[in-house]
Design a protein. Structure first.
Length: 391
């Protein structure tokens, strides 16, 4: 869901090829940059207490980044709904704040620049024109994706919106099959079917249509645009994977962070253009004065929405390098069935039987998808161990 994290997950999220640590020096450096390393059994006589300390530090980093991702994504979605509930109506402003907080990531890049530059010296040179074109194309796609999400959040209850967004995991599997040469396993296929039916249930549920005084037409438009946004988000992830593998040919901490920063920059520039071209800028002053909880609240809502998206982005990039991009993408999707619970608490969204069934199917689909990743990771670990023993 979410424009604030689209640029970060340079992986298709479909169950193959995403784990770091291929054994070269670059991979070792980039994992250390993330602030931790995966817990391993020492083969060089390291003291047991050292191993225990590293294991504890690794789990702490994983937990911290999971918290950043889930908290950031949940807060940004709820704040986006609050903006609309209090009288905000600018879809382009909602789109703008999803990426406008990207300068926060320069702090992260600056903090780790001295280490991350070590990995670039032996990497192949990339044409500046080519990488700029990649940033522009993906940035414009992100802006369009964020706009569709903004319309979806305006026309749908938060609970319905979040459950539809969970379909992105199914789209990930489909796009990665065609673009990233990933295989369809029974567990992945099961996940796709469950998530598809989960979204379809919400699409035909008459009780959720017309919610908050909206017409059936606006509900349908919100449903279609949110589904389209989920598909576009998944396409962006697969295209990023292609860019990393075929063009950039490396995926270090600084490279992935630069991808997030500069695609967000392009999306952030595109949003004000849309704001002025659509004429929505004329309504912003009146919107701020008429905001239900006051003008200060209006500014703070937009500010913290932008910050929340970037907190989620930090969690994404942290999980990519502490664990793997596959794991990061799955946790990103795990947050989606959690949001409806908060929507019921804060916005009193109706949680009827159909939504509960859709949520359970989404969770089941997530578990099926996650189990496939677990199987893949187990196989890769066995292969890695056998290679080390033979060498």
């Amino acid at each position: 869901m979410a424009g604030g994290v689209d640029g970060m997950a340079g992986d298709d999220g479909s169950g193959g090829g995403g784990s770091r640590g291929g054994g070269n020096g670059e991979d070792e450096i980039q994992i250390q940059i993330a602030g931790s390393s995966k817990p391993e059994t020492s083969t060089h006589g390291t003291a047991p207490q050292n191993s225990h300390t590293k294991n504890w530090q690794w789990w702490l980093m994983v937990a911290l980044n999971i918290f950043f991702l889930i908290a950031g994504q949940t807060a940004s979605t709820l704040l986006g709904r609050f903006y609309y509930n209090q009288g905000g109506n600018s879809k382009w402003m909602s789109t703008f704040v999803q990426t406008a907080g990207f300068p926060v990531l320069f702090i992260v890049l600056f903090l780790f620049r001295s280490k991350s530059t070590q990995t670039i010296t032996s990497s192949p040179e990339i044409s500046g024109t080519k990488i700029t074109l990649i940033y522009i194309v993906l940035g414009l796609l992100i802006a369009a994706d964020d706009l569709m999400y903004s319309y979806g959040l305006l026309y749908l209850p938060v609970s319905t919106y979040s459950l539809i967004c969970a379909s992105q995991l199914a789209f990930n599997a489909v796009f990665s099959y065609f673009l990233n040469d990933q295989k369809f396993t029974p567990f992945i296929f099961n996940s796709v079917i469950l998530l598809t039916f989960s979204a379809a249930l919400l699409g035909v549920d008459e009780d959720t249509q017309g919610t908050n005084g909206l017409s059936d037409g606006k509900y349908t438009l919100g449903f279609v645009l949110t589904l389209g946004a989920s598909a576009t988000y998944s396409l962006i992830l697969s295209l990023m994977q292609v860019a990393f593998e075929k063009v950039i040919k490396r995926e270090t901490f600084s490279v992935v962070l630069n991808m997030q920063i500069y695609t967000a920059l392009v999306a952030t520039i595109a949003s004000p253009i849309g704001l002025f071209a659509s004429g929505e800028w004329k309504t912003l002053q009146g919107e701020m004065h008429a905001f239900g909880s006051g003008r200060v609240s209006y500014v703070m809502t937009l500010l913290w929405t932008a910050v929340s998206w970037q907190i989620a982005s930090v969690g994404v990039v942290g999980l990519i390098f502490v664990v793997s991009s596959l794991f990061s993408n799955v946790i990103n999707t795990l947050a989606l069935p959690i949001i409806p619970v908060f929507a019921v608490i804060f916005f009193h969204d109706k949680m009827d039987g159909v939504k509960i069934i859709a949520m359970l199917m989404a969770i089941w689909g997530f578990i099926s998808y996650g189990y496939q990743l677990y199987v893949n990771d187990k196989k890769s670990r066995k292969t890695s161990v056998s290679v080390e023993e033979n060498s």
